[in-house]
Design a protein. Sequence first.
Length: 403
Amino acid sequence: MPVYLWKGKDRHDKVKKGEMEAPSEDIVRSELTRRKLTSVKIKKKPKDLFENVSFMQPKVKQSDIIIFCRQFSTMIDAGLPIIQCLDILYAQNDNKTFKKMLKEVKANVESGQTLSEALKKYPKQFDELFVNMIAAGEAGGILDSILRRLSAYLEKAAKLKSKIKGGMTYPLVTIVIAIVVVAIIMVFVIPVFEEMFAGMGSALPAATQLVVNLSRTIKSNIFYIVGATIIVIIALRRFYKTEKGKVLIDDLILKLPLFGPLIRKAAVAKFTRTMGTMLTSGVAILDALEIVAKTAGNKTIEKAVFDTRMAIAEGRTMSDPLSESGVFPSMVCQMIAVGESTGALDAMLTKIADFYEEEVDQAVENLTSLIEPFMIVFLGVVIGGLVVSMYLPIFKMAGALGG
């Protein structure tokens, strides 16, 4: 069905414009007349030449999904039917990709599918957690509250992810900049000094000669070094795509000296937040654990959660297998045990998530405060050492002239 762009004036002479999907221009005009718009101009919306080229289309961001949940919950709470809600959300959305998706979701719901079934067709935007919670909301008649919980959960998850990225990005960028600076000095600056020292006719100090030799080696093998680095990165990426590679690398990540504890705390926060949200929404504990395991993002944690699920299916509690895994801190397991014994597991999981999100905040601050002096000392020693080694022959020559 074609889409028409329209423009007109309301009864207060204010310019209004928008777009409307309709079989013909006459139907659009009659609808605008019904809305008492005057000086109406209508034209057919031109087709997007790159409509079917996926990488040329805007991506659906996490913020788009959060806004979608908020607006949807407000309209459901106001008593609007789902079809009308989807129609309004489609009209208000500016993201072409999301707009197209909402149109298809609306068509599927109109054809008799449930909202969860319609959303399930877009796993990249709406994962298993999202779909299962929507299904629970539809079954329990609490779709508005489920959507509110989803928006709150997604906001917290996005905030946590942003903190982790911020904590990891700063040191990595600093290290890369340090490597680039040292490489530029070794490849371009040291050879200039070497040419200057060649005319002096005397032996260079040991430190200077070492740096000159290192500069020659790097300069003559720079393409091999860059090539080897690229090959190693590609090989690691491919190895990580294998099951064995994921298990090995994910386990090593959790054991890293500085970053390991931060990633572990973030994983605990994500696990408890997701489990708490799903249990509060009425999702069965075994289904919730399966979804949480699949969305863990770390094979070691995924295995621990799947093992816990199997143990619960055999009649055990959640706290014991989590404790046996060695992945989750003992405090978390003890608090979960208290939640199970008191029948308030969902509330306890939410409290643990709040605590560990604050722990992640503190861990990021501590990491930054530790990295900054380390990088300053590293850059000072390396770059300062290079500079001093290059000036040693000049100091030696000045000393000889002064003697």
